[in-house]
Design a protein around this ligand. Sequence first.
Ligand code: G3P
Length: 219
Amino acid sequence: MKLFLDTADIEEIRTVARWGVLDGVTTNPTLFAKTSGRSYDDVLAEICTITSGPVSAEVIADDLEGMLKEGRHFAKIADNIVVKVPMTETGLEAIAAFKAEGIRTNCTLIFTANQGLLAAKAGAYLLSPFVGRLDDINEEGMIVIRELSDIVNMHGLESEVLAASIRHPRHVTDSALAGAHVCTLPFKVFQQMVRHPLTDRGIDQFKKDWAAAQAALGK
Ligand code: G3P
């Protein structure tokens, strides 16, 4: 399973890239709003210099012409830009048009397997069900990941399932086990995945034992 970083923060992206585990980046208007003083275009262009993996850039327009204009503009920023389009009737039309033009898309705000199936048939490269937001309303977000991954694999669809709205490390494990092709996670969850108290305790113990052994040797 590929791991994407769900952020527009350049330093976070550089950090995870240095760890050697970054396969791509997803951004959205909310994440961009947390960065300051730069245009969305500038931020996207810099992200695309850090990773050669897919970088999702989300359209704001809700009419077809506007979506196509914004998406075509994003696609010119770098070869690895993927245009993020919401799951609406117009969004499906835009996804089909982008597919015909050779522009890759990420269909976002998916909450059911049927929405994902429609996006796949329209030609979306990535299908993004939101796990955490379903959990927030007392539903089981992981069911959509499992159902949609099964549908994609069973019917040989070309799209990839991208588990989004990831809130904690267990969501990552469960997405991998449910068959997601990609999981996009906040920086904090990447850090949480690295850590374990027994790892910390083990490092402390090794240091203490090493120091004791050195002292016994008179060093
Ligand atoms: O990329 C969009 C998605 O990951 C949003 O997550 O936490 O705002 O539901 P969240």
